[in-house]
Design a protein around this ligand. Structure first.
Ligand code: ZN
Length: 90
């Protein structure tokens, strides 16, 4: 199910204020990443735990790496038509 990401744009159009939310329908609680167990010597994980419904998601990477990846993915989607398809597919 993953993690639901929301963001804003600053005055230059750059992505600013990336926030993670619980993806469970009708929950929509903001959740924060905490250090999870390592999958390997250089593979940290981040756990997103919803303190409202208990949904737990483990994502490979440090929180910084994940947010960087999400930001780049948003930028990629905004550059391509994929974004429109993604919206239409909801
Ligand atoms: Zn939840």
């Amino acid at each position: 199910m993953g993690v639901l990401w929301r963001w804003r744009y600053d005055y230059t159009g750059q992505i600013n204020g990336l926030h993670s939310f619980c993806p469970v329908a009708n929950c929509d609680m903001q959740i924060y990443g905490v250090f999870g167990p390592y999958r390997g010597p250089y593979q940290p994980t981040t756990e997103y735990v919803c303190d409202r419904c208990g949904h737990r998601e483990t994502v490979v990477g440090s929180q910084e790496q994940i947010e960087d990846r999400v930001t780049r993915e948003i930028q990629r989607l905004l550059r391509t038509e994929t974004w429109q398809h993604a919206l239409a597919g909801r």
